[in-house]
Each structure stands twice: as structure tokens, then as C-alpha cells.
Ligand binder design. Structure first.
Ligand SMILES: *[C@@H]1O[C@H](CO)[C@@H](O)[C@H](O)[C@H]1NC(C)=O
Ligand SMILES: *[C@@H]1O[C@H](CO)[C@@H](O)[C@H](O)[C@H]1NC(C)=O
Ligand SMILES: *[C@@H]1O[C@H](CO)[C@@H](O)[C@H](O)[C@H]1NC(C)=O
Ligand SMILES: *[C@@H]1O[C@H](CO)[C@@H](O)[C@H](O)[C@H]1NC(C)=O
Length: 457
């Protein structure tokens, strides 16, 4: 008898331990949103690393269609260092701000009719630790890098699925935007390799989805000059002269001061420095004149909203774990040529080799590129994909939404794997914010084209 009680109390202690390191809850309401949330939102923490010293926060939105069969997306915001709340609130997530009516201190939320949760289960994660509401309990646990983050991403989704076993058999996709192009393919590779090692649970991974990704730190940053030329921001003469003066298509890394190349780049800079790289057709925002329609200031809106006590309470954020929610952790976020910081090492230069490996794993990849994004121009992506020399499954052609050309796409395929490259016409870097319907349509059609869907019961 006694030992039975002991077992039970041990079990209870064990349960308490579990709930301490992992916790999740359903969020029914959010301040500044009228009424109950018409979708299922779960937030929580996954404990990772030694003694769960990493506490990783996430926002999980169940599919509003058929959660038990629809795919599961793990979505990484950019940066590194941008919170999952970003895409959750104003890109492909279920809510958005009313840009027109939002005043700095009176934010109102509305539904995003083109949320990816219309057709898929989506987890928006705050990774690496130190981002959003994720926090570390030790110094060691607060350090990360491109390569460590890939392993952490795999660990996160594995643990999350242990906590949420009813989603284990859903098709899994690893996805993300911008800098996460450096991370996402490697998370996917970790998943495939973990499966191959026999790790439990086995994850039903099907592919990756990337939006305006950074894939190769040489190709992508260097594609900006040619992009500026194609979009008529620099003249033929400036382009030809710069191209001739700068060796090996390098406009960024190996440019000696006072060289002819540097002189040419000065002209390029004069022509482009007052252009908003995130969307070349939009005006640059003026920080001393915060008009709500200037979408850059969404950062400020989000930051104000999410730092309200009642909002953090509604999201079940653990009190006292972080001082202030910041839209981006600047000690982690990458800038061109930025050196490693004490928290983060930018140790992956290119993911082309990772993509080559994924091509041997029955992996389906969709890459969406906004054609007016000069942060990571579509040109760079087009260039490295082409260099893979893959057989073309379907050639470049327009794709449509409401019978209008929404962009162009082509698909490469080899032995069960594929890479679909699609542009989105008239979009900027935060693609789904500019073209929400197009982004959802593209993603949904891509999913529907996967053979396994027709076999699922
Ligand atoms: C905030 O905005 C809402 C909706 O526009 C409005 O009804 C409410 O009165 C405003 N609250 C404040 C404090 O201004
Ligand atoms: C940025 O991340 C580091 C590493 O986790 C953390 O110590 C720091 O508090 C974070 N800074 C902000 C502003 O969140
Ligand atoms: C920014 O806005 C302020 C206030 O309206 C104005 O005085 C200033 O000239 C603007 N700056 C630029 C660069 O447009
Ligand atoms: C990075 O470190 C190198 C070597 O210490 C230094 O020369 C360079 O200026 C640093 N770059 C930046 C952007 O701080």
C-alpha cells in the first residue's frame, strides 16, 4: 500500500516537474480584439536543453479547416532575433492590426481573412532563446548560432509533438522568412537525419517553405546591384561600369577603399540609399512623424500592445521572465558583414549544400519571392536554384489569382524531390503583409499538388 502511495506521489511530483518545464494553455480572448477568438490559439513554453534551461515560447494556431489532417507548419520569423508574434500578428497569422485606425495607444486587432490557419496548423516560435518571450535560465543556454539553431529547431518540434501527440501524423513543413532561409533547410535536414537515426517520435516531414530567403550570403547580398538595374533604380551605364569595375560580381565583401569598384558603388549608393529596400515602391518612413499607414511602425504598435500587462496575462506569459518584449533582439539580429556577438554566431554562410542534400530526401520545397523586395532579391534565389542544374518539371509561366497575373512560377524536380520557385508580383519583403491572398493561395495550391494529400483518408 505504502509503496503505491509513494508511486502516486512520485508521479504527481513528476507531473509538476513536467508542467513547470512545459506548459501550454488555450487563449480564448485577447485584449483589443472584440469577442472570443474565432480560431483555436494555444500558447506555451517548451523546455529544452540541460535541465530545461531554455524556455521556448510559441503561438500555435489550429487549422480552421480540418486540424486533424491539415499540414503542420513550424514557422520561423526573420532576424535572427524577430519574434514569432510578428508573422502571427501581421503577416500570415490569424490576426492583424487595423493600420488605418490604429493609434499608438489605441490598437485594435482584426481578423486576417488570408491567415495560413485557414488551411494549416501553424506554430509561430520564438527562437533562438532571447527572442520574444523565450528566455534562458543559464548563460550557456542563452547562446546560439546558425548551426545550433537548426538543431534547436528540430528539438523544439520533436518536443512539441510529444506534448501534442495528436499532430504527429500530420504532414510537417518547416518554414520561415528572410534570414531564416539560412536556418530552415538545416532544421529540415536535422528532422530527416533524426528520423534516419530512429529518433522517436518519427516526424512526418514533407518539405520546406521559404519566403524571401537569405540562402547564400554571397549570392543574395550581391544580387542587389543587378536588381537595382533591372528595376530601373540605376542606369545601364552605372550598372555596366560597376560590373566591369568590381571583380567576380562582388559588390560587397572584397571592395578595397578608393578602388574603381568602390567609386562605382558610391554612384549606386547615391541612387538607392533613399529607397526602402523592403519594398522599393513604398516611401521611406520618417521616425519623427509616425503615420499609422507607414507599415514600419507596426513594430511600435506591436511593442506597445504586447507590453500591456493584460495582454501578457492573456497570452499566459510567465510573469517576471522577461523585462520587456522587443520586436527584435538587436544583439542577435544580423546585418550585412556583422561580426559574431556574445550571444550568437553567424556560422552558416550558405545553404546550397543543404538544399542539395534535401533533394535526396523526398523533400518538397516552395520558395516565394516578392518581386519588389531588395532585401533579398528574387534574382539571388533564381541564380542558386539554376546552378543546381535540376530537371525542369514545369517551365516559367504566370500564375493567377482572380484571373489576374499574381506572379510567375517554375518547378524543378528530381527523384521525388522538388523545388518550386514562385514570384509574387508587387510584393515587398514581408510578403504576406503586402499580398496576403496571393501568399495563401500559392501555399495552398502547392500543398494541394502534393500527391500524398490525395491518399490521406
Ligand atoms: C480605441 O478605439 C476604439 C475603436 O476605434 C474606440 O471605440 C475606443 O473608444 C478607443 N479608446 C480610446 C481610449 O481612445
Ligand atoms: C537578447 O538575447 C540575449 C540572449 O538570450 C538575452 O540575454 C537578452 O536579454 C536579449 N535582449 C533583449 C532586448 O531581449
Ligand atoms: C520627418 O517629419 C518631421 C515632422 O513632420 C519633419 O519636420 C521632417 O522634415 C521629416 N523628415 C524627413 C526626412 O522627411
Ligand atoms: C568585425 O571584426 C573585424 C576583425 O576584428 C573588424 O576588422 C571589423 O571592422 C568588424 N566589423 C564590424 C562590422 O564591426
Amino acid at each position: 500500500m505504502k509503496s503505491k502511495y509513494m508511486m502516486i506521489s512520485l508521479f504527481i511530483i513528476f507531473l509538476q516537474f513536467i508542467t513547470l518545464s512545459h506548459s501550454k494553455s488555450i487563449v480564448k480572448n485577447l485584449p483589443r480584439f472584440d469577442g472570443d477568438l474565432p480560431f483555436t490559439l494555444e500558447t506555451g513554453y517548451i523546455g529544452m536543453g540541460e535541465e530545461d534551461a531554455m524556455q521556448v515560447f510559441y503561438y500555435f494556431v489550429e487549422s480552421e479547416r480540418n486540424p486533424s489532417e491539415d499540414p503542420l507548419f513550424l514557422y520561423f520569423a526573420g532576424g535572427p532575433g524577430a519574434s514569432g508574434l510578428y508573422p502571427f500578428l501581421y503577416q500570415n497569422g490569424p490576426l492583424s492590426f487595423n493600420f488605418e485606425s490604429s493609434k499608438r495607444h489605441n490598437i485594435t486587432l482584426e481578423l486576417n481573412p488570408y491567415s495560413w490557419s485557414k488551411v494549416a496548423n501553424v506554430i509561430f516560435v520564438d527562437l533562438p532563446v532571447g527572442v520574444g518571450f523565450s528566455y534562458a535560465k543559464t548563460w550557456e543556454a542563452s547562446r546560439s548560432s546558425d548551426s545550433i539553431l537548426a538543431v534547436q529547431g528540430y528539438e523544439f518540434i520533436r518536443q512539441w509533438l510529444v506534448e501534442n501527440p495528436k499532430f504527429i501524423s500530420n504532414p510537417l513543413y518547416i518554414s520561415g522568412i528572410s534570414y531564416m532561409g539560412i536556418i530552415v533547410p538545416n532544421v529540415a535536414l536535422e528532422v530527416y537525419k533524426g528520423n534516419e537515426r530512429g529518433n522517436q517520435p518519427q516526424l512526418n516531414i514533407k518539405g520546406c517553405l521559404l519566403i524571401n530567403p537569405l540562402s547564400d550570403k554571397f549570392i543574395d547580398f550581391n544580387s542587389r546591384v543587378e536588381f537595382a538595374h533591372r528595376l530601373a533604380l540605376i542606369s545601364d551605364d552605372i550598372y555596366e561600369s560597376t560590373k566591369a569595375a568590381c571583380a567576380d560580381g562582388d559588390y560587397v565583401y572584397n571592395v578595397p577603399d578608393n578602388s574603381l569598384c568602390a567609386q562605382n558603388l558610391k554612384r549606386v549608393d547615391e541612387c538607392t540609399r533613399r529607397i526602402k529596400f523592403g519594398f522599393i515602391l513604398e516611401p521611406m518612413c520618417n521616425a519623427t512623424d509616425m503615420v499609422p499607414t507607414c507599415k514600419d511602425f507596426t513594430d511600435t504598435f506591436i511593442q506597445t500592445w504586447v507590453n500591456y500587462k493584460d495582454v501578457q496575462k492573456a497570452l499566459n506569459v510567465r510573469e517576471g521572465t522577461i523585462e520587456k518584449w522587443e520586436y527584435a533582439n538587436t544583439s542577435i539580429a544580423y546585418d550585412l558583414k556583422k561580426n559574431d556577438t556574445i550571444y550568437y554566431s553567424y556560422d552558416v554562410w550558405s545553404t546550397i549544400a543543404s538544399h542539395k542534400q534535401l533533394l535526396t530526401k523526398n523533400c518538397q520545397v516552395l520558395i516565394m519571392c516578392a518581386d519588389h523586395d531588395m532585401v533579398f532579391p528574387y534574382l539571388g534565389t533564381e541564380k542558386w536554384i539554376k546552378a543546381l542544374n535540376l530537371p525542369i518539371e514545369s517551365p516559367w509561366e504566370p500564375w493567377f489569382v482572380r484571373s489576374q497575373v499574381a506572379g510567375y512560377h517554375m518547378t524543378y524536380a528530381r527523384s521525388g524531390s522538388s523545388i518550386k520557385f514562385a514570384t509574387v508580383k508587387g510584393a515587398g519583403h514581408a510578403l504576406a503583409m503586402y499580398k496576403p491572398e496571393e501568399a495563401l493561395t500559392l501555399m495552398d495550391r502547392w500543398l494541394a499538388s502534393h500527391a500524398y494529400l490525395s491518399f490521406s483518408s
